[in-house]
Design a protein around this ligand. Structure first.
Ligand code: DQA
Length: 151
């Protein structure tokens, strides 16, 4: 099983970015933890962070090609969660099951963060557990894919 981990804008700054909200764990540490979880589950992961909407969209589009194919996506769309119809359309076009993840709990923050343009397409959503949100999201996605495969 192959899983794509996508991180949106400003998440490259994790560890230094508003630590009271996002914690002190770096993106590299998050990706390392996901790699360990994936290995234990017999999966491979590919991680991509971009500040550019089109780079995230390009990678999602590549899932339609044989060499870019993945079984599932864990995505923290960051600010694009609240703004990007284009990212939503790319995920819909790919047809790949995905889990939306957030370190913070957007619904407990400013009103403009309360709306997600992706959530209704997701198989699940994890938020509010800091860096651990990613671990739970990956575990949930693997469980979902395994149960879908055994049906
Ligand atoms: C975030 C929440 C978003 O509202 C924000 O724009 C981010 C990070 C989170 O992980 O909590 O950049 O996705």
């Amino acid at each position: 099983m192959r899983i794509l981990i996508l991180h949106g804008p400003n998440l490259n700054l994790l560890g230094r970015r508003e630590p009271a909200i996002y914690g002190r764990t770096t993106l590299a540490e998050i990706d390392d933890a996901l790699g360990r979880i994936a290995r234990e589950a017999g999966c491979t992961i590919e991680c991509l962070q971009s500040n550019a909407e089109h780079e995230l969209i390009d990678r999602i589009q590549q899932t339609l090609d044989a060499d870019g194919r993945v079984d599932g996506i864990v995505i923290n769309p960051a600010a694009f969660t609240h703004t990007s119809v284009a990212l939503r359309d790319a995920l819909a076009a790919s047809g790949v099951p995905f889990v939306e993840v957030h370190l913070s709990m957007p619904e407990a923050r400013e009103p403009f963060r309360h709306r997600s343009l992706l959530a209704d397409l997701a198989v699940g959503r994890v938020s509010g557990f800091g860096a651990r949100s990613y671990n739970y999201a990956l575990q949930g996605l693997i469980g979902h894919l395994n149960s879908a495969a055994s049906e």
